[in-house]
Design a protein around this ligand. Structure first.
Ligand SMILES: Cc1cc2nc3c(=O)[nH]c(=O)nc-3n(C[C@H](O)[C@H](O)[C@H](O)COP(=O)(O)OP(=O)(O)OC[C@H]3O[C@@H](n4cnc5c(N)ncnc54)[C@H](O)[C@@H]3O)c2cc1C
Length: 453
């Protein structure tokens, strides 16, 4: 059994670090966080950090437990569904769920980060900025730190360390050197770039604000999420190489022509397109899986343990759910850190692997299938089945997004439901034609009642 720590050291003041820090402080621990970047409340945040996030049930649950969600209502915009934009600029709206409360919430990453950091500091959490962790001696817990302002190096003796340092985690990098550490990383052949739709006259949104806008174009897509200031944060997802790729968009005129022909309505709202395009770096997207997540007194959490691609909008929801689960284990088992860390991985690994796989699969749905009328009919059938069988047939998207049903359960049930849907939708032209007797037989035979969370 490890010592009962006075101080817990977190690496990374991104999204999970300060939330976990706040919650640990509320439970009586001293918490110090080391963050390699400057404090975004004082310095202008660097490019690539302004992306909007969609926060849903798992994230809201964790923020609620920390007493933060209500106070965040002025920085979030609920999105009720997807608004698809065709190449002819026609709009199709597809609701995410059946009920009013089944929405996802658009929030700027910076606003969310600042709100959580402020709350953590007001609880006594110490955040030390521009301090890069360059390694850890996993036997002794000694951290190696570099001050990013002047390059000076120092060592810090830590009792318990939690690596909340994101997809390129330095703590995980040290674990990689251990015997029998499993690790895989898989990059998509696609990159992403952030762009902006500015606010209209009087700070008004130029697009419907309560929707996530998608321009699905088969092999690639543009999306836009609303901001409270009337702007939209857009992300262009495009292959790195080949036809219709970032490699081809090498000049302002090529970018202009590409947008004008592929996203004409969005193009008309982006007066600074070319400038934005070349100022914004092209990001890569990776799935990271590893195990074990802990070595002696150090643990990985959030993207450091399980980075996923963004197409289910679950990265931070999953990271915040990590915080919920870890805190529940701390409440029961502290100060047995070995037990807490082992049980944490046991509770989470199958679930984080499941959402990682579902997120990759959802990319095809978002960029391609949402434009297909048969897919939209299938979605309507799903919602009709849910209305009739609320305990038996909850759409996979809803299980992941509006409930806290374990991700692995959502994946397993989702696969069964997909087969049932394929069967029921064959030859179907409208929901009215649905064979309810067959639906009843298939559903009662193949799925058991769901424990809702
Ligand atoms: C394009 C895109 C869209 C996304 N959309 C969504 C969405 O809609 N919904 C959703 O839930 N998730 C989304 N995500 C995922 C989400 O952003 C991540 O899952 C989330 O930020 C992970 O939180 P984290 O705290 O684990 O890591 P991060 O937020 O990445 O924080 C890690 C922190 O550690 C710091 N750090 C790194 N290395 C060191 C070091 N050596 N020393 C000190 N500090 C260090 C970093 O500077 C950073 O501040 C998206 C991601 C991308 C890329």
């Amino acid at each position: 059994m490890m010592r009962n720590p006075q101080t817990i050291t977190l690496i990374g003041a991104g999204l999970t670090g300060p939330l976990l820090g706040l919650e640990l402080a509320r439970r009586g621990f001293n918490v110090e966080i080391y963050e390699r970047r400057p404090d975004m409340r004082r310095a202008k945040i660097s490019a690539g950090r302004s992306i909007n996030l969609a926060v849903s049930a798992r994230g809201i649950h964790a923020l609620n437990r920390a007493g933060l969600w209500q106070s965040m209502q002025n920085i979030v915009i609920p999105m009720k569904g997807r608004m698809m934009h065709s190449i002819a600029s026609e709009l199709t709206f597809q609701p995410y769920g059946r009920a009013e409360w089944e929405v996802i919430n658009s929030v700027s990453r910076a606003d969310l980060n600042i709100a959580i950091m402020n709350a953590a500091e007001s609880r006594g959490v110490k955040i030390d900025f521009q301090q890069r962790c360059t390694g850890i001696d996993l036997k002794t817990g000694q951290l190696r730190m570099r001050d990013e302002r002047d390059g000076t190096e120092r060592s810090i003796d830590a009792e318990v360390v939690i690596g909340c340092d994101g997809s390129a985690s330095a703590i995980r990098g040290e674990m990689l050197k251990l015997n029998r550490f499993n690790f895989s990383q898989e990059y998509l052949d696609y990159g992403y770039k952030e762009l902006t739709v500015p606010a209209g006259p009087g700070g008004k949104h130029l697009l419907e604000p309560h929707a996530l806008h998608i321009w699905p174009r088969g092999n690639y897509m543009l999306i836009a999420l609303p901001n409270v200031d009337g702007t939209f944060a857009c992300i262009l997802f495009l292959p790195f190489e080949g036809r219709d790729s970032f490699a081809q968009l090498t000049s302002p005129s090529l970018v202009r022509e590409f947008f004008q022909s592929r996203f004409p309505d969005a193009f008309a709202m982006m007066p600074q397109l070319e400038e934005n395009f070349f100022a914004s770096p092209t990001g890569a997207m990776v799935t990271v899986k590893c195990s074990p997540w802990h070595a002696k007194d150090a643990l990985l959490l959030g993207d450091a343990a399980h980075a996923i691609v963004p197409f289910f909008g679950q990265g931070i929801n999953c990271g915040f759910e990590d915080c919920t689960v870890l805190l529940e284990l701390i409440e029961v088992h502290a100060p047995d850190w070995e037990r807490i860390f082992s049980d944490f991985e046991l509770a989470r690994k199958a679930n984080t692997d499941a959402i990682a796989d579902m997120a990759v699969k959802n990319f095809i749905e978002m960029r391609d299938r949402v434009a297909d009328p048969r897919f939209l009919l299938r979605k309507r059938v799903e919602l009709a089945l849910e209305a009739k069988y609320p305990q038996l047939f909850v759409p996979k998207y809803s299980m992941v997004t509006f409930h806290r049903i374990p991700y692995a359960t959502a994946k397993r049930r989702g696969e069964i439901q997909d087969r049932i849907l394929t069967d029921l939708c064959a030859g179907l032209n409208s929901v009215d034609e649905l064979n309810w007797r067959k639906a009843d037989e298939l559903i009662t035979a193949e799925v058991s009642p769901l424990e809702m969370a």
